[in-house]
Design a protein around this ligand. Structure first.
Ligand SMILES: NC(=O)c1ccc[n+]([C@@H]2O[C@H](COP(=O)([O-])OP(=O)(O)OC[C@H]3O[C@@H](n4cnc5c(N)ncnc54)[C@H](O)[C@@H]3O)[C@@H](O)[C@H]2O)c1
Length: 264
């Protein structure tokens, strides 16, 4: 029987489907960009609800600390790690701390991205590079840091946050959209290398999510784009991520799943 569970985190409601039984109780998960009070936070809450231990990374120390504290208050084992995913050494440090604390790592969810909504011609070369650094290289660095431990264990599941922009190729988002497209191919290629070791990697592409960055005006303007007639909830994107992260998706790898209300 499915049941809706409400969490209030940083003043925001997250509706999480209860009794999904994804068997995450003995799993250790790292979530990068955990503290934005959006999809990353919803993923942490979903993992907590399923009983997984959570390593909450964020470039913002107070955000990482706050999520880990809130998870511990729910009775979940959780540690914060402050680190920038554009730095390979920060990503290595994040995985080292995880292994020191929990002795293993079963799940990695990569969240951070940077979009500077501006036309290509007006972007400085630095702005072009920053978006690729956070969105694509941040994902690659996090995966690179974790993949050795997972292949040694002969198990693991990686879910990378993508975006429908990867398939739509919208104007004003050239580097963000192309970085998200690169993540799809990265996951597809890497899945062939790590599959023989029992490690899976998938991507979840989201459409516009209702939340702090997309208030009532945005919802009004954009909901007509979606056959389901509304924007996504962060927890709906998180549910797809949790499924792919879990053993319930044990024969799914190298794939991209769109959570987009039927838009594409
Ligand atoms: N929100 C949407 O409508 C939407 C739509 C499609 C895809 N997405 C994707 O979902 C993901 C999350 O989006 P969101 O809006 O929930 O994010 P958010 O901005 O609410 O949270 C992102 C978190 O990542 C952290 N972060 C940023 N740069 C970092 C770095 N270099 N290293 C470590 N942490 C870093 C931030 O501090 C923040 O806590 C992104 O990949 C985004 O592209 C979001």
């Amino acid at each position: 029987m499915w049941q809706l569970v409400k969490y209030m985190i940083s003043g925001r409601d997250f509706d999480i489907m209860g009794e999904m039984d994804l068997n995450l109780k003995d799993k250790v998960a790292i979530v990068t960009g955990a503290g934005g009070n959006g999809i990353g936070t919803a993923v942490c809450m979903g993992l907590a609800h399923e009983g997984a231990s959570v390593v909450a990374n964020d470039v913002d120390r107070s955000r990482a600390d706050s999520i880990a504290k809130q998870l511990r208050a729910l009775g979940i084992k959780s540690i914060p790690t402050c680190g920038n995913v554009t730095s390979m050494s920060d990503c290595r440090d994040m995985v080292d701390k995880t292994l020191a604390e929990f002795g293993r790592v079963d799940i990695l969810v990569t969240i951070p991205a940077l979009m500077i909504y501006k036309d290509f011609a007006r972007c400085t070369p630095e702005e072009l590079r920053q978006q690729t650094d956070v969105t694509f290289w941040g994902t690659v660095n996090s995966v690179k840091a974790v993949v050795d431990a997972m292949t040694r264990q002969r198990s693991g599941s990686i879910v990378c946050m993508g975006s429908d922009s990867a398939k739509m190729g919208p104007a004003m988002e050239t580097m963000y959209a192309s970085s998200k497209a690169a993540i799809m191919t990265f996951a597809s290629s890497l899945s062939k290398e790590i599959g023989p070791y029992g490690v899976r990697i998938n991507v979840v592409n989201a459409a516009l999510v209702r939340g702090p960055g997309a208030g009532a005006g945005i919802e009004e303007a954009f909901r007509g784009n979606y056959p389901l007639g509304r924007l996504a909830e962060a927890s709906e994107v998180a549910d797809a991520i949790l499924f792919l992260a879990s053993d319930r998706a044990s024969f799914i790898t190298g794939q991209t799943l769109s959570v987009n209300g039927g838009r594409l």
